[in-house]
Design a protein around this ligand. Structure first.
Ligand code: MGD
Ligand code: MGD
Ligand code: SF4
Ligand code: MO
Length: 739
C-alpha cells in the first residue's frame, strides 16, 4: 500500500483561493486542511473548501462521456462523442456559425485554461453567441468600468490595510468571502480595520453576518441603492466637499454629475430607500471625515434593476471624495502583465457585436443570459440550435429557468461539460466529464493573476494532486479535441490548432502512461514566461505563494485609464441619459411600497456554493436541514398568518414556489429572502442533491429582452416583487418545482 503524502495546493472554488494542505493516499485526496503558512490566505479556509474532495470522490462523479438515448444516458467513448458532436456541429455551422452558442459558468472562471480554450473554440466556430454567468452577478461592474475607465477590468478595490471608513453596500463578505478582491479571512481583516479605529458600515436589507462583525448597519429597501447614492452625491456637492480642482485634473464630467445628483436630495429619496435624511447625512459625514474611505459593492447591487447606474455612482462617490487611487481609499490592481495595454492595442472589449434578440451589445464577449431562451426559441436566421454549457448550471442559476428548460430541450444539440450530471446536463444530448480542480495543475484565476485584485498580492502555482480515476479530461484538451472534430482551428487559427495537436501527440510520447491530453503545465509555463514571471518550475518553489508588491496609491489617475482622453469619465453620456428613466422607476417604487409589495432577495450560506455543493451530505444538513427556506420577518409572518415551519407560496410575475418558512428578525420588514442554487430534483445524476427538498427560486425571475438591465445585460435576480401567502397544502415533491 502506498504511503500518504502531504501536498500543498490552493482552492479553486471562490475568489479567496485559500492555500490548502492535502493528504493524498493511493491517488485519493483523503483530507484537506488550511495551509497555516500561506503568505496570502493566512491559514484560512471554509467548510466548502475543506469538503471538496468528497464532491470529486463521489460515486456520482462523471467518469466517461455520456450520450442520451431516449430518457436515459449511456456511456460512450471519447472518440464516438467527439465524432458525433463534430458531425452535428459541422452541419449546423455550414448553415450558420451563429446557430451554435455557449454558456460559460462560474467554475470555468476558476481555472486559467478553461475559459481561454472554451472561448477559443467559439472563436474558431465563428460564433459570437456566447453567454456567461457574469450577467447573473457582475456585468454591471464591467459596464460601469468600461465607460468610466475605458477598460471593463479596471475594478478599483478597497485598500484594506489602510481604509478608515468602509461602506459595504450589497455584499456580504463574511459569507461570500469577498467579491472582486481576493480576501481570505474576511472577519480577521475587518476586525483589523476596526482595531485601528476604522469604521465599517453595512448598507443592506438584511442585518447580515458582515453587519454583525462591522457593528454598524443601515437598512435599505431592495433595488433602491441608485437613489441612495444619488442623494449621497448630492450631499457631497451641497457641502462643497469635492476637491474640484484635483478631480477635474484627472476626470471629466464633474459638472454634469453634479447636475444629475442635484435632482435627488436626501429628503426626496428617503421614503423610497428607507434611509432617513439624518442617517444619510451622518453616513456622508463619516465617509468624508475619514482619512481614506471606500464604498465596497457586490451582487446585491448588481442583481437589482439599476445595477450599472448604482455601480457607476458608487465609483463616482469614491472618485469625487478623492478616494480613488488613494491610500486607504481604492486601488486599481496590476496583474502579471499589462492587460489593459494589451486590450487597447488589440482593440479588445469594444462592445461591438449586437444580439439578434433585443439588439443588446455584448460585454466582455458575452450577451445577456436573459435573452438566451429567446435566441433559442425564436425562429429565423441565426437562431441558436446547438449549445455548449461549460462549468455552469444555468437551469438552476438563470432567470426564468422553466422557460430556459423548454428552450434547452428544443435544441438540436446540447453538450454539457461538467464534473457531475447536474440539472442542466440531465437534459443534454452529450455530457463530457471534466477533471476536478484537484486533478489539474493551475495558476490562480484571472482576477488575481491578470488584474492583481488581491488584498495581499502574490502568485502561486499548483500541481495536480491526483490522476483522474476515469476518462475525465481537462477542458483545454476537451475544447482542442472538439475543435479538431468540428474541422476548425481554435481561435480561428489552423496553425494554432496544428501546434496544439502536435503538443498533445508529443505529450503522449513523453508521458505514455498519462491520459491523452495537452501538456497543461507547458501552457501555464508559457503564460508565466511570456509575462516575465519566471518559469512554472520556479514558481512551484513557493508553495506558500510568491509575494508581489501591492499597487501603489497614485499609480492610476493620469496614467492608466484607457479612455480616449486618458481621464476618468464621471458622466458617460449613456449613463447620464439613462438617469432620465429613474423618475418613472422612483414613482413605480414609491407606488409599490404604498401598496405593500414585498421584495425577494437572495441569501447565501457558508456551506453552499451556488448550485454545486448540494450533493455533499455534510454541506446540506445542519442549518439547512436539506432544503432552502422562505425567510420572513416575524412581523410579516404575523401579518400573513405564517409561523416558523409553515408552508408558504411565493408568487411572482412568472411562477410560484412553495417552501417552509423560517422567521428571521434580521430582515427588513417587507423584504423576504430565498437562497438560490436549490431544486435539484431533475438532476438524474445527483444521488444526494436530487433527494433533497428545496425549490429553484429562479423560476420566479423574469427573462426576455424587457427584463434585462439594458446597460450591462444583467438579469434581475434580486428585489423581485412577490406575493407571499399561506399555502393551501404541505410542501411536498409536487411543489418543489412550482406550485
Ligand atoms: N437568485 C439568484 N440567482 C443567482 C445568484 C443569486 O445570488 N441569486 N447568484 C448568481 C451567481 S453570483 C452566479 S456566479 C451564477 C452561477 O451560475 P452557474 O455558473 O451557471 O452555476 P453554478 O451553480 O456555479 O455551477 C457551476 C457548475 O460547475 C461545475 N463544476 C465544478 N467544478 C468544475 C470543473 O472543474 N470543471 C467543470 N467543467 N465544471 C465544474 C459544478 O458541478 C456546477 O454544475 O448564478 C447566479 N444566480
Ligand atoms: N458561501 C458562498 N460563498 C460564495 C458563493 C456562494 O454561493 N456561497 N458564491 C460566490 C459567487 S459566484 C459570488 S459572485 C460572490 C458574491 O458575493 P456577494 O456579492 O458578497 O454576494 P452575497 O453574499 O449574496 O451578498 C449580497 C448582499 O446583498 C444584499 N442585497 C440584496 N439586495 C440588495 C439591494 O438591493 N441593495 C443592497 N444594498 N443590498 C442588497 C443581500 O442581503 C446580501 O447581503 O460570492 C461567492 N462566494
Ligand atoms: S473560502 Fe472556502 S471555497 Fe473559497 S477559496 Fe477558501 S476554502 Fe475555497
Ligand atoms: Mo458569481
Amino acid at each position: 500500500m502506498a504511503s500518504a503524502t502531504t501536498n500543498k495546493t490552493f482552492c479553486r472554488i471562490c475568489e479567496a483561493s485559500c492555500g490548502l494542505v492535502a493528504t493524498v493516499e493511493n491517488n485519493r485526496v483523503t483530507s484537506l486542511a488550511p495551509n497555516k503558512e500561506h503568505h496570502g490566505t493566512l491559514g484560512f479556509s471554509c467548510m466548502k473548501g475543506l469538503h471538496q474532495h468528497s464532491m470529486y470522490d463521489s460515486p456520482d462523479r462523471l467518469q466517461t462521456p455520456l450520450k442520451r438515448v431516449g430518457d436515459s444516458f449511456e456511456a460512450i467513448s471519447w472518440q464516438q462523442a467527439l465524432r458525433e458532436i463534430g458531425d452535428k456541429v459541422k452541419a449546423l455551422r455550414d448553415v450558420s456559425p451563429q446557430s451554435i452558442g455557449m454558456y460559460v459558468g462560474t467554475a470555468a472562471g476558476f481555472s486559467i485554461l478553461h475559459p481561454i480554450f472554451a472561448e477559443g473554440f467559439m472563436q474558431g466556430l465563428g460564433s459570437h453567441n456566447i453567454y456567461s454567468s457574469s450577467t447573473q452577478d457582475c456585468a454591471n461592474r464591467f459596464a460601469a468600468a468600461k465607460e468610466m475607465y475605458g477598460f471593463p477590468f479596471f475594478q478599483p478595490f478597497v485598500d484594506l490595510d489602510h481604509v478608515e471608513c468602509m461602506l459595504i453596500v450589497g455584499t456580504n463578505p463574511v459569507v461570500s468571502k469577498w467579491t472582486f478582491l481576493q480576501v481570505a479571512h474576511p472577519v480577521k481583516r475587518m476586525k483589523q480595520v476596526l482595531a485601528r479605529g476604522g469604521r465599517i458600515i453595512v448598507v443592506d436589507p438584511r442585518y447580515t453576518e458582515t453587519a454583525k462583525v462591522a457593528g454598524e448597519h443601515q437598512y435599505i429597501k431592495p433595488n433602491t441603492d441608485v437613489f441612495f447614492f444619488l442623494s449621497f452625491l448630492a450631499e457631497i456637492f451641497a457641502r462643497n466637499a469635492c476637491d474640484t480642482a484635483t478631480v477635474q485634473q484627472h476626470s471629466t464630467g464633474l459638472e454634469e454629475l453634479r447636475e444629475v445628483a442635484a435632482a435627488w436630495p436626501a429628503e426626496r429619496t428617503a421614503p423610497v430607500t428607507g434611509i432617513s435624511p439624518e442617517n444619510l447625512r451622518e453616513l456622508v459625514s463619516t465617509f468624508l471625515e475619514a482619512n481614506g474611505a471606500a464604498i465596497v459593492t457586490g451582487t446585491g447591487l448588481g442583481m437589482g434593476q439599476d445595477g450599472t447606474l448604482a455601480q457607476w455612482l458608487a465609483e463616482c462617490i469614491n472618485a469625487v471624495s478623492g478616494n480613488l487611487d488613494r491610500r486607504g481609499g481604492t486601488l486599481v490592481g496590476e496583474g502579471i502583465f499589462d492587460f489593459a495595454g494589451f486590450a487597447k492595442k488589440n482593440g479588445m472589449f469594444m462592445r461591438k457585436a449586437r444580439s439578434r434578440i433585443g439588439n443588446f451589445r455584448e460585454l466582455n464577449g458575452a450577451f445577456p443570459g436573459g435573452i438566451l431562451a429567446d435566441e433559442i426559441l425564436t425562429p429565423g436566421k441565426d437562431q441558436i440550435k446547438a449549445m455548449f454549457v461549460t462549468g455552469g448550471n444555468p437551469l438552476l442559476t438563470m432567470a426564468n429557468s422553466t422557460r430556459l428548460r423548454e428552450a434547452l430541450q428544443s435544441l438540436e444539440l446540447l453538450v454539457v461539460t461538467d464534473i457531475y450530471l447536474n440539472e442542466t446536463a440531465s437534459v443534454a444530448d452529450y455530457v463530457l466529464p471534466a477533471t476536478s480542480p484537484l486533478e489539474r495543475p493551475d495558476l490562480p484565476f484571472i482576477f488575481p493573476l491578470f488584474l492583481g485584485m488581491q488584498s495581499i498580492p502574490y502568485i502561486a502555482a499548483t500541481e495536480a494532486l491526483v490522476e483522474p480515476t476515469g476518462e475525465q479530461r481537462d477542458e483545454a484538451t476537451i475544447y482542442t479535441d472538439l475543435a479538431t472534430a468540428c474541422g476548425i482551428g481554435l481561435f480561428g487559427s489552423t496553425l494554432t490548432q496544428r501546434l496544439l495537436r502536435f503538443l498533445k501527440g508529443a505529450n503522449k510520447v513523453f508521458h505514455p502512461r498519462s491520459r491523452p491530453g495537452l501538456p497543461q503545465k507547458l501552457l501555464l509555463d508559457l503564460i508565466l514566461r511570456s509575462s516575465g514571471n519566471g518559469s512554472w518550475r520556479s514558481l512551484l518553489q513557493f508553495p506558500e505563494g510568491k509575494p508581489r508588491e501591492q499597487v501603489a496609491p497614485g499609480s492610476f489617475l493620469g496614467k492608466r485609464p484607457i479612455t480616449d482622453d486618458g481621464k476618468v469619465a464621471l458622466a458617460p453620456a449613456e449613463f447620464v441619459a439613462a438617469t432620465g428613466a429613474l423618475e418613472s422607476r422612483f414613482a413605480e417604487y414609491a407606488q409599490a411600497q404604498e401598496s405593500g409589495v414585498m421584495r425577494l432577495i437572495s441569501k447565501r450560506a457558508h456551506s453552499t456554493h451556488n448550485s454545486w455543493t448540494q450533493n455533499i451530505d455534510a454541506l446540506t444538513n445542519g442549518d439547512h436541514n436539506r432544503t432552502n427556506y422562505l425567510y420572513l420577518h416575524p412581523a410579516d409572518g404575523q401579518r400573513l398568518g405564517l409561523a416558523e415551519g409553515d408552508a408558504a407560496d411565493i408568487r411572482s410575475a412568472t411562477a410560484a414556489i412553495r417552501l417552509p418558512v423560517k422567521l428571521l428578525e434580521e430582515l427588513m420588514p417587507g423584504t423576504v429572502a430565498v437562497p438560490h442554487g436549490w431544486g435539484h430534483q431533475h438532476a438524474s445524476g445527483l444521488g444526494v442533491a436530487s433527494q433533497l427538498a428545496g425549490a429553484n427560486v429562479n423560476i420566479l425571475a423574469s427573462d426576455g429582452p424587457g427584463n434585462i438591465e439594458p446597460l450591462s445585460g444583467m438579469a434581475h435576480l434580486s428585489g423581485i416583487p412577490v406575493e407571499v401567502t399561506a399555502a393551501a397544502g404541505p410542501v411536498n415533491r409536487a411543489s418543489w418545482s412550482g406550485c
